[in-house]
Design a protein around this ligand. Structure first.
Ligand code: NAP
Ligand code: F7E
Length: 348
């Protein structure tokens, strides 16, 4: 009997939250993984250090290459060298607030980066290579009716990050239609985990409140408390990425939990789990979260964390993915918060 050839996956954005969970999943599925890492002056492989020997940049089934999706030549060269069965493009300047400060850079990486990968697949004539684009609920932006959003809901992005993701979404559809490339969009709603970057709101809240409980920090300063988000667990969402590329045809998919919460509710849930007695006082930018027992201000607001234009409401209808991909979120918000808190507590 001949040996079954292992599938080869190439992951752009392997050092990020999702890249690390996707790598763990694909290694379990017996893939050979090639990941692309940017050069940085300080270590950026913390989330994947457990998967390879960082001195040799590899282990048996896991290889890291230096590259950058703002560099078309290196992107094309890596794809040509690896000739992957599946490419996952998770690389992006992924912070919405930061995209207001560095719009041109965000568009170069988040929009044109996707185009550079798609162009490489086309130029190299890789007929069998499948492409996953990390599209985002931020594309919906200004939502007219506060109801669950699906694959048919129109996009109205509210940041250069959102605009760039709409470009990448459309480029993915275009390369599918024009060149018959198996190119897919996962329209993923917010997903979090202990590995979430520290400046995203859920991680900032968990980290801040744990540190306050431990007496290591006095207060947590935030922006808009009333934004509504649909928060899932990144581990669940990595499974959806793989399922999207295994489906019989390329398509676009909403991945979400169909549950919504405000930022304020998320703070209340975390505070309750940490036994921090919290009450709210004041309005607008003067609203504050106060320790009911000693009267100390635990949460306050600062305009610098507000955005010039906000996405007020995001909740996703994942019924298409449920029906055809047999994907549903397995981890509840409650479990997500426990997971994030436990990880944070384990540091101290
Ligand atoms: P993340 O933690 O910020 O990871 C982003 C990854 O992209 C990192 O590995 C980063 O490398 C890499 N990267 C940034 N610029 C690059 C460049 N020029 N060339 C190559 N790599 C580059 O983001 P995430 O939460 O894992 O999200 C993964 C993807 O899904 C992103 O595209 C994001 O926009 C999208 N998305 C995320 C969510 C969510 O809620 N998490 C929802 C929808 C869509 P460094 O480690 O060197 O910074
Ligand atoms: O903000 C509000 C903020 O930065 C969530 C990215 O993964 O998901 C993420 O984008 C909400 C916003 O995530 C603070 O105004 C209040 O309404 O955690 P976030 P995001 O902007 O939704 C989408 C789907 C992606 O694709 C992105 O890559 O929380 N908020 N106070 C705050 N947000 C932050 N960051 N910091 C605050 O202090």
């Amino acid at each position: 009997m001949g040996k079954i050839r292992k599938k080869i996956a190439l992951i752009f954005g392997i050092t990020g939250q999702d890249g690390s969970y996707l790598s763990e999943l694909l290694l379990k599925k017996n893939y050979i993984i090639h990941g692309v890492k940017r050069r940085s002056s300080s270590a950026n492989t913390e989330r994947i250090d457990h998967l390879f020997d960082s001195l040799n940049f590899s282990n048996k089934n896991f290889f890291i290459h230096y590259g950058d999706i703002s560099d078309g030549t290196s992107t094309l060269n890596i794809i040509n060298k690896v000739k992957p069965d599946e490419i996952y493009n998770l690389a992006a300047q992924s912070h919405v607030r930061v995209s207001f400060d560095v719009p041109e850079y965000t568009a170069d990486v988040t929009a044109l980066g996707a185009l550079r990968i798609l162009e490489s697949i086309r130029i190299l004539n890789l007929k069998k290579t499948k492409y996953y684009q990390a599209s985002s609920s931020e594309m919906y932006g200004l939502v007219k009716k506060k109801k669950s959003l699906n694959e048919k809901t129109p996009f109205h992005p509210r940041s250069v990050y959102g605009i760039s993701k709409v470009f990448a979404f459309n480029a993915t559809v275009h390369y599918r239609e024009a060149y018959n490339i198996f190119a897919c969009n996962g329209i993923l709603f917010n997903h979090e985990s202990p590995r979430r970057g520290p400046t995203f709101v859920t991680k900032k809240i968990v980290q801040g409140l744990v540190r306050i409980q431990k007496g290591l920090q006095n207060k947590l300063t935030l922006g808009n408390l009333y934004a509504v988000r649909d928060w899932g667990h990144a581990k669940d969402y990595a499974i959806s990425m793989w399922k999207i590329l295994q489906y019989k045809k390329p398509d676009d998919w909403v991945i979400a939990t169909n549950k919504d919460q405000t930022v304020k509710k998320f703070i209340d849930l975390v505070a309750k789990k940490l036994n921090i007695p919290l009450k709210w006082r004041g309005k607008g930018i003067n609203e504050k979260g106060i320790n009911k027992i000693n009267g100390k201000v635990i949460v306050d607001l600062d305009k610098k964390f507000l955005r010039p234009s906000e996405v007020d409401f995001l909740k996703g209808d994942f019924s298409k993915a449920k029906k055809h991909l047999k994907w549903s979120p397995g981890i509840s918000t409650d479990q997500l918060i426990d997971d994030m808190i436990n990880e944070e507590l384990s540091i101290y």
